[in-house]
Design a binder for this molecule. Sequence first.
Ligand code: ARG
Length: 457
Amino acid sequence: MKLWGGRFTKETNQLVFNFNASISFDQKFYKQDIQGSLAHVKMLAKQGIISNEDKDKIVSGLTGILNDIESGKLEISQSSEDIHTFVEQTLIERIGDAGKRLHTGRSRNDQVALDMRLYTREQVQEVNGLLKELLETLYKVMEANLETYMPGFTHLQKAQPITLAHHFGAYFEMFKRDRSRLFDIYERMNYCPLGSGALAGTTYPLDRDFTAKELGFYGPTLNSMDSVSDRDYLIEFLNALSLIMMHLSRFCEEIIIWNSNEYRFVDIDDSYSTGSSIMPQKKNPDIAELVRGKTGRVYGALMSLLTTMKGIPLAYNKDMQEDKELAFDAMDTAKGCIALFTGMIDTMKFNKERMADSCKHGFTNATDAADYLVNKGVPFRDAHGIVGQLVLYGIDNNKALDDFTLDEFKAISPVFEDDIYDAISLKTCVEKRLTIGAPGPDAMKKVLETYREYLNK
Ligand code: ARG
């Protein structure tokens, strides 16, 4: 059955039907479609547009369809054009004439706008929950590693010592921003398009406030043309997912480097790694690589929808059916990636000694040695030059600054005294960095308190 056969004299060409149909992918929101119809039909009866008797029949018919789909008793038939057609058609088959009144005062245009919004709203909440779990995991690692020293890098060259907690804290900030973006999107999108009709509202006395409330929206949308052709919220969500993936991908890149044979800062758990079919020694960071790889897919969905929307005149046009497949794929991909990434971090081992040792052999305390001289009255530019010479000497003699004898220090500058060793120890270098946002454990502890409050909210 078609919802629109009346004015046609010929059968639809089979290829045209296949090309036009969306059931294979919009069946994903059967639940939201039925949820919207239930609210609509309750409102129709309340407004006296259909009888209470018909309403009761439709409500129990729709509830039965929902239960039967969920229990597997009713299979969604791929011969319907879309999920809206399938549900209405099944309802009419099951309850007869009353079912034919369901679509009174409604168009598939406001119906699909509603379904997509309901579906996306749930996804926003799910992603938010997954990010929260990830943040809890990061928090746990941070709390346990306030004094786990490691080199911080710029240009992928060892720069200054930091802590593992500090490094993870950077990602904590990123994912915290991602959550606040989801919150903004939710606030902006949570208005109900149902009742906008095909584009110009309807002549029935619909109560749009009622349906909006019934479906958990803040209120109805305010322009029926915009309501049926707005997919901004979806683009915003795909943008938020792209940023999440970008953050995950950067983190994965670091983990791949840290897990490499040269670094060995971390050990990815066996349960989160895979092997090679030919090289028996291999244990590969495939999960991290896949998350990094899948980022492109999510960006693709964003670019695709932006491009689809850019040339569409008001109001609804069939191009908009293209909002679904890639968006669904992006949502499923991002959710899977966040969950797997969280599991990988949760089971990962940190090689604290390797990390601390790496600081020592990269002259990461050179800045602190210069600051030492400044504190003894040497102008910073001169101090920089002196420490530069120390580093050169260290490289030539394969020695870390910490291992110089006092005579070796003094040979380059007489200002050095015995207290230099304490001044450039890893512990001092990190502990002295005490401003807000810096890696010093006391500063980090305060930040962690704020994070705890944030997570408990
Ligand atoms: N399958 C369509 C979509 O996803 C539903 C809306 C159809 N509306 C129409 N006027 N043909 O956008």
